[in-house]
Design a protein. Sequence first.
Length: 350
Amino acid sequence: MQHNESRNGGWSMPAEWVTHAATWMVWPHNQALWESGWRVTLPQVQEDFARVANAIARFEPVKMVVDPSAVASAKALCGPNIELIEIAVNDSWCRDSGPTFVCHPQRGQAGVSWRFNAWGGKSVHDLDEGLGRRVLNHLGLECFGTPLSNEGGAIHVDGEGTLITTESVLLNPNRNPGMNKAEMEEIFARLLGVKKTIWLPGDPKYVTGDMTDGHVDGVCAFARPGVLLVDATHDKSSVYAEVARENRRALELATDAHGRRFELIELFEASEAVDPEAEVFCASYTNFYIANGAIIMPAYGISADKAAAEVLAKAFPEREVVPVRINHLAHGGGGVHCITQQQPAWPVKG
């Protein structure tokens, strides 16, 4: 955990809770990728994506990138107020392959296109590696490139200079061999306006089998500066329990860019929903998405959904908590946050 006061010309990544101009998503279409081991069918996954998109569209515009081969299925399931944008893609994780939007007080909006390599070369990505740039081109926005291999799900910011990430992702040799923390922190400072990066261990032994190697959006999420919702488990003896404890310990020891210690609010995972035969299952309620006036919450049709909704309602009293069933998406290892990417409104508000 180090401070980095590097000048970046005034660009910064706003917190997720600022007013959005739109939410970006990518429509799932690659049958081979989804049905090769996730115990789901592509139509089931498309229904989950559509539920998330239609829920968000109640609160703000949704821009859905659609591979030309899948326009018909997207039109059939997405509401008429969801804009479909034809761009050739490999996969459907817009949080990771899409751009990270940044804002400037005078120069407006731009975006960062990370070097996306499909979580360390785990999947085909010849089209997705350029998705961030193509989305920014579509919007007519400046694109900032970087040699850093990163994904949007690997970082959380509070909009006040603090960034949280995990060592198991960014220091992984499958992402950034030979690059150290200081070099990464300089990039975050220059491109995102970050003054302090907090490093959590993540999932260093890869006990979860998570394709991302331990993205932070499955570990914790900001409710507001200084307050974090933290993934927790009731099963204290599981291998994941130790992972959760170590990440919580790192947060307890940390201070943010303004020297504040964090208030930590436990958000217990949906352990009852986990399919024991699944290769991987995203049961983290911290993988929610903050939309304009709403919290789009992952739901699984179990009693824990109600408890999670109550915690989120207390953490975000000014927003409507909207549970959305994602059981099939969860079999693919992702949640609501994984498939969404916010585009802030400019000037930044909220």
